[in-house]
Design a protein around this ligand. Structure first.
Ligand code: IMP
Length: 202
């Protein structure tokens, strides 16, 4: 019989929507939202894994506690995978979510049919432990880009993304529970949870 370790994890994100989703997905874990002393961590890598690793290691270095970071990109096939790792800055360095959505819709005016508008969200989750151990997982959800913003819930590109596994509504038209059934972030965190349980950390 193994004892579980019952470790606390510090989240690298300060985005309240993401914190809410992560707390819901890892509700058995002891989670602390990013403390003020950490501040914003520049995402300088050119991959989701690279950025997730940078963020988790920065938080570990400051707090000395196990840290969980995630990085997400929206990959649009018509745009050859863009905005991808640059999703947060698609319309410029300090772009708002609305500016990013507007730029996405404008970039896709020539993609008239649904098959031309296929896309996926990809999330990479990276956990850095004080003993040097590292775990990372990934989750994706396939879908397509709507021709206008639909729905008020969610954040980021949610109002433009219609998951193929759904019923035609965008993520922003779904409840949190509905989004958590199928989302990229939920899949990545469920894989992480499975590993943490298998390794008796949860
Ligand atoms: P981040 O890596 O989680 O900071 O996300 C990068 C970009 O993707 C930001 O513009 C977010 O708003 C957007 N984004 C991340 N996760 C989601 C999501 O679940 N739905 C919609 N947009 C998201």
């Amino acid at each position: 019989m193994y004892e579980t370790i019952n470790m606390r994890f510090v989240l690298a994100t300060a985005n309240e929507h993401k914190v809410k989703e992560i707390k819901d997905l890892l509700h058995d874990a002891d989670l602390l939202a990013r403390p003020k002393q950490v501040g914003d961590i520049p995402e300088t890598a050119d991959s989701l894994l690279g950025n997730a690793r940078i963020k988790a290691q920065a938080v570990l270095q400051i707090t000395k506690e196990a840290s969980i970071a995630d990085d997400t990109g929206l990959e649009v096939d018509f745009l050859n995978g863009a905005p991808g790792v640059y999703s947060a800055r698609f319309a410029g360095k300090d772009a708002t979510a609305e500016q990013n959505r507007t730029k996405l819709l404008e970039s896709m005016v020539l993609a008239k049919t649904q098959p031309q508008r296929t896309a996926r969200f990809r999330t990479v989750v990276f956990v850095a432990f004080p003993n040097g151990k590292q775990i990372y997982t990934q989750g994706t959800v396939e879908g397509f880009i709507a021709t206008c913003s639909l729905g008020d819930d969610g954040f980021g590109y949610d109002s433009l993304f219609i998951p193929t596994e759904g019923d035609g509504r965008t993520f922003a038209q779904m409840s949190l529970e509905e989004k958590q059934q199928i989302s990229h972030r939920a899949k990545a965190f469920r894989s992480l949870k499975k590993i943490l349980i298998e390794e008796h950390i949860l």
